[in-house]
Each structure stands twice: as C-alpha cells, then as structure tokens.
Design a binder for this molecule. Structure first.
Ligand SMILES: *Cc1c(COP(=O)(O)O)cnc(C)c1O
Length: 354
C-alpha cells in the first residue's frame, strides 16, 4: 500500500565507504527529509562509517530543530549549517559541547559568545552564492571580537559554494586569503561542492589548513543504481470514452483503464513539467494524433513497462490516478510499478534496505 524506497544495502554501503575514503575529513550532511532516507537513518549510517574506521568526526544538520534527530544516533560533533541568530533557543547543556554553530554576522558572534562564552563556532564567509556570510573585512573584525571572548572555540571558516559550475579554485583561494588575513587562528575550511580534483589541489596549496568537505547528495544519492522506488497499484477500473471520473468529473477521452496507485502530494509526488513540445503548433499536432497530453493529461512520474504514464488528474493526498490507454498491459491490484522521484523532496512510506 505504499510508496517504497528499496535500497540495495550492500551496494549502497559500499558506495558510502568509497566516498568516505576518497574524502578524508568528510562531513556527511543529514538535513531536511534526509535525502529521502530520513535524518535519523543518515545519523546512524554516519556512526557506522566512523565505527568502520573512516575519518568522520562531524555530521552536519540543516537546522537547530534537527539536532534532536541525530544526537542519540551519532556520537560525534554536530555542525548546524543554518547560521545562528539571536532568536535561537539555548541548547540543552548536555549537547552544547558537541554542537558547532555557524556564525555569519558580527552582531551574532558577539551575542552568541556573550550568552555562551565557550561556544564552538565556524565563521561563514560569503561566496558567490550570496546566501549567508561575512565579507573579508568583517572576518577581520570577527578576529577582534574573538579576542574579547577568549573562551570561544573557533573551529574554522565555512564556504558554501554554488553547485558545480566550472572551477571554484580561484574563488576559494581569494576567500582563504581573507581568512588568513583575519589573523584569528583559522586553520580549518569547511567547504561544499568541490570536486575531488579541486579538493586535492586545495590540500596541496594550503597544506597547513584542514579541508573538511560537507557532502550530502554525492554521498547518500551518488549511486542511483542502488536505489529503486516503487508504488503499489491499489485499484484498476476499466473506462469507456466519455465516462466521467475523479474530483473534477473529467471524462475519459478514449477507452482504457484508470489506475489508482500509492503516492500523492503528501509524499511529494507532483505534476511533471509539461512535455517539451509546448508550442501551439506542436500541441495541435499532438491533438491531431489523438495524444492524451493535448487533452490536458499531464505526464506523471510513474511508469509501467518502461513507459512513463499520464496522470488522469492531479495527484491526491496519498494516491494518484493514472490513465492507461487501451492496448497497454494492465497491471493487477497489488503490483508494483516504478516511480521516478526527487529524493530530496519525497517522503517514503517505507524504506527497505535489502
Ligand atoms: C545542503 C548543504 C550542503 C550539502 O549539499 P549537497 O549538494 O547535498 O552535497 C553543504 N553545505 C551546506 C551549507 C548545505 O546547506
């Protein structure tokens, strides 16, 4: 009855170990929906990597709210990627020693250290992403603030780089020059989205820095062949041309079958972008051929016998209706069909690690 993620456990674990080996100091990122696996499961897997002897001492979560999901499943440090702000509630003192705060504004640095003089912090430097962070001059001023708070534990500088678009190394060197100029004892760089080659070059060029790559997608989802998503066929109804169905009482444009399958808006199943052919002329041509997308049926992420199928109407909360034109093989209730999902936006009912 469910939208299921089936994981080839041996293959997945071997991929996790390969990525961990290739990236010493790796900081696995476990945030949001846990890349489809849940944050808790990723925390346990991070512990497993550390137990297997890989160089993993910190796990990154996205928000302060996620700390509780990982703290009992992972024994090491927990970096919070969303920068600290004054409205963040104080941490449970039992956890405070394990948490590393990201600080992206000077005012926050002073306020956090006034409230928690021994806080562990990473200073975030702005990058071409322009999401959060301090400019070079502010990093330098941060050094001044830190000298007024000698109990603070500076754990390095964080750079959040855009997704692979050519070479990041020029930008990283510029930003590191600022970090060195700030003269506040930065010796570790926490980075995202560098390629293996870029990381190697960086390690060679900045031998006295520890480079800590934060990796989510490439680690958890890097071997798609280890993952398989299926939905269950919950119901099958034959329809004739003109029969009405669904919340909006649409009519079937031709004979075929309606399939009710598991997976709906609550799982993150959404309408696909319309087919590439969106020009009026292309649509007219499809209409002339009797194509179903021309009568308003939209491509779904479900496929049967390798062919992507159309939604009969927009997905419901927990199930979706598909239209299967006459002539296609009709699956039976209980059969599994393939679904293509965006893992970072999907909540599975069931995760089976086989
Ligand atoms: C999410 C995130 C990452 C990990 O990104 P992936 O593309 O999943 O590897 C790294 N750094 C920061 C700041 C993030 O928010």
């Amino acid at each position: 009855m469910s939208l299921t993620l089936t994981v080839d456990g041996t293959r997945w674990r071997s991929h996790l170990e390969t990525v961990a080996d290739a990236n010493p100091g790796i900081v696995p990122v476990a945030k949001g929906n846990g890349y489809g696996f849940t944050v808790g499961r990723l925390a346990r897997k991070t512990q497993w990597l550390a137990d297997r002897g890989h160089d993993v001492t910190a796990l990154a979560v996205g928000t302060y709210g996620e700390i509780a999901e990982v703290a009992t499943r992972w024994e090491g440090d927990i970096v919070v990627l969303t920068p600290w702000r004054p409205f963040i509630e104080p941490l449970d003192p039992a956890l405070a020693k394990r948490v590393i705060h990201t600080v992206s504004r000077l005012v926050d640095l002073d306020e956090l250290l006034t409230a928690s003089p021994q806080a562990r912090i990473v200073l975030e430097r702005t990058t071409s992403m322009r999401r959060h962070g301090m400019e070079g001059r502010e990093l330098w001023e941060a050094g001044e603030v830190l000298r007024r708070h000698p109990g603070a534990r500076l754990e390095g500088v964080a750079l959040h780089l855009p997704l692979q678009q050519g070479n990041h190394l020029g930008e990283v060197s510029r930003l590191l020059t600022d970090a060195i100029a700030a003269d506040c004892g930065i010796d570790t760089v926490w980075v995202s989205h560098l390629t293996g080659a870029e990381l190697t070059t960086l390690r060679e060029q900045y031998g006295d820095f520890t480079i800590r790559p934060r990796i989510g997608t490439q680690l958890w989802l890097g071997d798609r062949g280890a993952l398989h998503v299926t939905a269950t066929v919950l119901d099958v109804h034959p329809v004739e041309k003109g029969d009405s169905f669904g919340y909006r009482a649409r009519t079937a444009p031709k004979s075929g079958h309606l399939l009710v399958v598991s997976g709906g808006t609550a799982h993150g199943i959404g309408l696909e972008a319309p087919t590439g052919e969106s020009s009026i002329k292309a649509r007219a041509a499809t209409l002339a051929r009797g194509g179903l997308d021309a009568v308003g049926f939209v491509r779904s992420p479900y496929s049967i016998d390798g062919k992507q199928r159309l939604f009969a109407e927009p997905p419901h909360m927990q199930a979706s209706m598909l239209f299967l034109p006459h002539g296609a093989r009709v699956p039976a209730v209980g059969d599994m069909i393939d679904v293509r999902v965006r893992y970072t936006a999907t909540a599975f009912d069931k995760i089976v690690i086989a």
